[in-house]
Design a protein around this ligand. Structure first.
Ligand code: MTE
Length: 321
C-alpha cells in the first residue's frame, strides 16, 4: 500500500502539503483505529486544490465591521490579496484539509461567546471573554505578508493589537520563558476533529518570550475591515509574519506561560519536517520541497523567498548566536 512520493522539489506545486498520504498511512499503522483507517481510503491530497485561490462559488460574508487606523510602519511591496483569496483559501485542519472548502465547512462554527484562559507562571491566573479583552486593547491595522510552509503567500490587512500588549496584560512572572498557546476542541462543531482522529487535537503552538513580545507578533481579531471570519481563526488568532504560517495558531483558547520549550502540533505529527522555530528561510529546504521560491495565491506569480519573509530588520537579532 505504499505510495511512492518523488523527493523534494520534484513534487508539483499542487501536491505540496503539510503532511502527505505516505506519512499518514505510516501513522495509521501505529495510531489509528480501524474506523479511521477505513476513512483513509478516500483521502485526497489536500494540496490537490488549485493554488490559484478560492472556489468559484465562494463570496466573503458580510460580517460586522471592525476598522482601525493603519499602522504605517508595516509596508508591503505588492498589492494586497483580495478578501476572497485570503478568506476562501485556508489551512485549518480542525475543519477540513481541502483549502478551498474551509470557509464552507467552518461556517456553522460559533466563535462567541469565547473564553480565553491565562495560566502558568503569571501573577494571577485568570479567564476573560474575548470581547472584554478586545475592549481593553487599542486596535490597529497592519499589512503583513503571510507565508505558509507549503509555499503559498497572501498579503493581508489584519486588524488587531500587538501580542506584547497581551503579554503585559497577562503579567507573566520572571520564571516564564515561553508562551504555549492552545486552540479549541469541539469535535461536534469541527468536522476535521471528528474525522482526523489521528491528529493530537487541540492544535497547540509555542513561542519564546522574546518572540511573543517582538513588535511584529500580532494578535488578530479582524481582517479587511471586518471581524475575523471563522475560516481565518475567529474570534482571535496570532500572526507572526517572519515564521511559516503553521506557527500562527487560530482560535486561541489558552495562553500558558511556561519554563520549558513547549511541544508543538506539527512537530509532534511529523517531527522531521516542522521545527519549533519555523523561521522563513529560502536556504533551508523542507525535506520534501525547496523553500527558495513562493507563489502568490490568486496571481499565481512565483517569486524568491526572503529570509524571515523580508522582516529581518525586526527579528534577525533574536536568532544571532
Ligand atoms: N491554527 C489552527 N488552529 N489549525 C490549523 O490547522 N493551520 C496553520 C495556521 N494556524 C492551522 C492554524 C497553517 S498551516 C497556516 S498556513 C495558517 O494557519 C493559515 O492561515 P489562513 O488560513 O488565515 O491563511
Amino acid at each position: 500500500m505504499l505510495i511512492k512520493i518523488p523527493k523534494g522539489w520534484e513534487i508539483p506545486e499542487r501536491e505540496v502539503t503539510l503532511e502527505d498520504v505516505y506519512l499518514n498511512r505510516r501513522k495509521f499503522l501505529t495510531r489509528a483505529t480501524a474506523a479511521a483507517a477505513a476513512g483513509i481510503g478516500g483521502l485526497i491530497l489536500p494540496g490537490a486544490a488549485t493554488l490559484r485561490g478560492a472556489r468559484e462559488e465562494y463570496q466573503p460574508l458580510n460580517l460586522p465591521p471592525l476598522t482601525a487606523p493603519r499602522n504605517p510602519e508595516y509596508k508591503v511591496d505588492r498589492p494586497l490579496s483580495s478578501e476572497r483569496a485570503a478568506t476562501g483559501y485556508n489551512n485549518y485542519y480542525e475543519f477540513t484539509e481541502a483549502k478551498d472548502q474551509v470557509w464552507k465547512v467552518a461556517e456553522p462554527f460559533k466563535p462567541r461567546p469565547w473564553e480565553i484562559e491565562f495560566k502558568g507562571h503569571v501573577e494571577k491566573p485568570r479567564k476573560i471573554d474575548v470581547d472584554e479583552l478586545i475592549k481593553q486593547m487599542s486596535l490597529e491595522e497592519r499589512l503583513y505578508r503571510h507565508r505558509c510552509v507549503e509555499r503559498w503567500v497572501v498579503i493581508v490587512p489584519w486588524v488587531g493589537f500587538p501580542m506584547k500588549k497581551l503579554v503585559e496584560w497577562a503579567k507573566p512572572t520572571s520564571q516564564a520563558r515561553y508562551v504555549r498557546m492552545v486552540s479549541f476542541f469541539r469535535p461536534a462543531q469541527a468536522e476535521g476533529q471528528r474525522k482526523g482522529t489521528w491528529y493530537p487535537w487541540p492544535y497547540y503552538e509555542g513561542l519564546t518570550m522574546a518572540e511573543a513580545t517582538n513588535e511584529l507578533a500580532f494578535m488578530v481579531v479582524g481582517m479587511y475591515g471586518k471581524i475575523l471570519p471563522n475560516q481565518n481563526g475567529a474570534p482571535i488568532r496570532v500572526h507572526l509574519p517572519w515564521k511559516y504560517g503553521y506557527k500562527s495558531i487560530k482560535a486561541i483558547t489558552k495562553f500558558e506561560f511556561v519554563e520549558k520549550q513547549p511541544p508543538t502540533f506539527w512537530h509532534d505529527v511529523v517531527p522531521a519536517e516542522y521545527d519549533f522555530q519555523a523561521n522563513i528561510n529560502p536556504n533551508k529546504p523542507h525535506p520534501r520541497w525547496s523553500q527558495a521560491t513562493e507563489r502568490i495565491v490568486e496571481i499565481g506569480e512565483t517569486v524568491p523567498t526572503r529570509l524571515y519573509n523580508g522582516y529581518g530588520k525586526y527579528v534577525a537579532q533574536l536568532y544571532e548566536p
